[in-house]
Design a protein around this ligand. Structure first.
Ligand SMILES: NC(=O)c1ccc[n+]([C@@H]2O[C@H](COP(=O)([O-])OP(=O)(O)OC[C@H]3O[C@@H](n4cnc5c(N)ncnc54)[C@H](O)[C@@H]3O)[C@@H](O)[C@H]2O)c1
Length: 266
């Protein structure tokens, strides 16, 4: 197989929440693979700065600020992009937030906010691109799930529920849109060093993550690029309804790595 099948040359990719962190890195990865990238963020200055950085690296990028939870705005934006660029080949639904609170104080506002951004907005944008992708007879929708799409932990109930929902959305859309040449997949990042996790650094959880992870470290956002580029490319032409978990093995490992006496089993 030619490596050209991983190329995104000539493709237009919309990446949400790409002003920083994982989204920004995915936008850089798509641009590096040849795509024209539309860099979304809630904050216009962050979208502009990220798009500038991609252009400075030789890529093609434009900022596209809007709130992904504003369905009307998202539909308008998608219509404008198609009018201007004639296509959206790749929708990378990445924007997300996390609220850390125990159930007693994790109130309905918290729940609705997290589910709204991390799940409902992905459906809204997917619906907005569907008629266009159907008409083209091809398209790629990729959702940022999490290890919390396939496992759980205390203190982040709305996030766990929303990210499990992302997997359901991914599989349901894949089933419905597959006959139209549209694939729908997810990536499931483990613990990645971004702003989202800055409060955790320096707490016990920083080391617990390392102890639970077979690769024994946190990851950099760039380590998600390969899975996302693969799913966006022709190399993944028969892959749909899947999640690629990129977590250093954490969700496959039950014991704390350091606590296991390997001698006992032999
Ligand atoms: N960092 C991790 O360890 C980790 C692990 C698993 C999954 N994820 C997921 O990866 C995605 C990105 O996380 P991150 O760590 O880069 O977070 P981050 O907080 O660093 O970046 C999130 C970006 O999304 C933008 N955003 C937030 N709300 C938005 C909205 N309503 N509309 C448009 N943009 C909005 C923010 O402005 C920010 O630029 C999220 O879906 C998150 O749940 C992160």
């Amino acid at each position: 197989m030619s490596l050209n099948r991983f190329s995104l040359d000539g493709r237009v990719a919309l990446v949400t929440g790409a002003g920083r962190g994982i989204g920004r890195s995915l936008a850089e990865g798509f641009a590096g693979a040849g795509a024209k990238v539309l860099v979304n963020d809630l904050h216009p200055e962050m979208a502009a700065e990220a798009a500038d950085a991609i252009r400075a690296q030789g890529g093609t990028a434009e900022p596209l600020a809007f709130d992904v939870t504003d369905t009307a705005a998202a539909e308008d934006v998608v219509a404008r992009v198609i009018a201007e660029h004639d296509r959206i080949d790749i929708l990378m639904n990445n924007a997300g937030i996390l609220i850390r609170k125990p159930v007693e104080s994790h109130d309905m506002d918290d729940w609705n906010r997290v589910v709204g951004i991390n799940l409902s907005a992905l459906y809204g944008l997917s619906r907005a691109v569907t008629p266009h992708m159907k008409q083209k007879g091809r398209g790629r929708i990729i959702n940022t799930g999490s290890t919390m799409s396939v496992s759980s932990r205390p203190g982040v109930i709305s996030y766990v529920a929303a990210k499990h929902g992302v997997l359901g959305l991914t599989r349901g859309l894949a089933a419905e849109l597959g006959p139209h040449g549209i694939t729908v997949n997810a990536i499931g990042p483990g613990y990645i060093l971004t702003e989202m996790n800055k409060k955790v650094l320096g707490t016990d959880l920083e080391q617990i993550v390392i102890d639970r992870t077979p690769l024994a470290r946190w990851a950099a956002p760039e380590e998600l690029q390969g899975a996302a580029i693969f799913l966006a490319s022709d190399a993944a032409s028969f892959v749909t309804g899947q999640i690629i978990v990129v977590d250093g093995g954490m969700t496959t490992n039950v014991f704390l790595t350091e606590s296991v006496d390997l001698g006992v089993a032999s």
